[in-house]
Design a protein around this ligand. Structure first.
Ligand code: ATP
Length: 243
């Protein structure tokens, strides 16, 4: 049996003593999952992502990436990551950035593949030779997404990847995301957009008060909370009033 992309057990993380952001969180992500992490502002989504990537130290528990401890350098060798508020280095051109990322990811640089993804996301070919400091926010986001998609890595971790994308680009990006499981890749991303969760994901995890209050498919979430609308199910899950 192949190793699971991500297994988290009893994870605790506090920035201040006695105030855990993650309070005994456990989660398993299976190969080919497209899992969305949702939760209110400040719920701890970015903290969870940073914990997985060992960007912050954890207080307790363990995290395994393809059966290796997340703290081991090689555990991250199968991950591509796109941070929240992504900004490529200002001194590079679009192509310079994509070639640098391909080297870092030890992936081949496919001119035709990148051209196709750029076209799908409505990023003009001229952006390749343009310095990224001249990019709009959405253009920079698209460049980061393209680097991630072309990383040839098995586990893609993205923090709010759709933020800054216009509706057309979001539509195209969701289509690209839907293709990932068929390529044997696994997707783990945070989002506030429940419509995107329904469109892309076979699983969602609702983080609230430091714990996962629900893990399962959007359909199961609606069923569990006795509603047809995912938004209402989510509100009930986090104990919020539904108007
Ligand atoms: N470096 C830090 N030092 C102290 N507290 C932090 C730090 N980073 C985050 N926090 C706190 O941890 C909590 C969770 O923050 P986090 O950024 O993980 O939430 P989030 O779910 O990603 O939020 P959002 O949806 O707004 O992006 C917040 O209360 C935040 O203030």
């Amino acid at each position: 049996m192949s190793a699971k992309p991500l297994v988290i057990r009893d994870l605790y993380k506090a920035y201040r003593v006695g105030q855990p952001v993650l309070d005994g969180l456990s989660l398993t992500v299976d190969s080919g999952d497209a899992l969305a992490l949702v939760g209110i502002n400040g719920a701890g989504k970015t903290t969870l992502i940073k914990s997985i990537l060992d960007f912050v130290s954890i207080d307790c528990g363990n995290i395994e990436i393809f059966s290796e401890s997340h703290a081991r350098h090689q555990a991250r060798a199968r991950i591509a990551f796109l941070p929240e508020r992504f900004q490529p280095p200002y001194y590079l051109t679009g192509e310079g950035f994509l070639r640098m990322m391909a080297r870092l990811y030890r992936a081949s640089y496919s001119e035709s593949g990148i051209a196709a993804t750029m076209q799908a996301l409505d990023l003009p070919a001229s952006a390749l030779s343009q310095p990224v400091r001249e990019y709009s926010k959405g253009m920079a986001q698209k460049l980061g997404l393209i680097a991630c998609l072309h990383s040839q890595r098995s586990l893609l971790i993205m923090d709010e990847p759709m933020s800054g994308l216009d509706p057309k680009a979001r539509h195209a990006f969701k289509q690209l995301l839907r293709e990932l499981p068929g390529e044997g890749r696994t997707l783990f991303f945070s989002t506030h957009l429940l419509a995107d969760v329904e469109a892309v994901c076979n699983k969602m995890a609702i983080l609230h008060d430091g714990r996962l209050h629900f893990v399962g498919s959007p359909t199961e979430c609606c069923r569990q909370f006795g509603t047809e609308e995912l938004e209402n199910a989510y509100m009930q899950c986090i104990g919020a009033q539904v108007a």
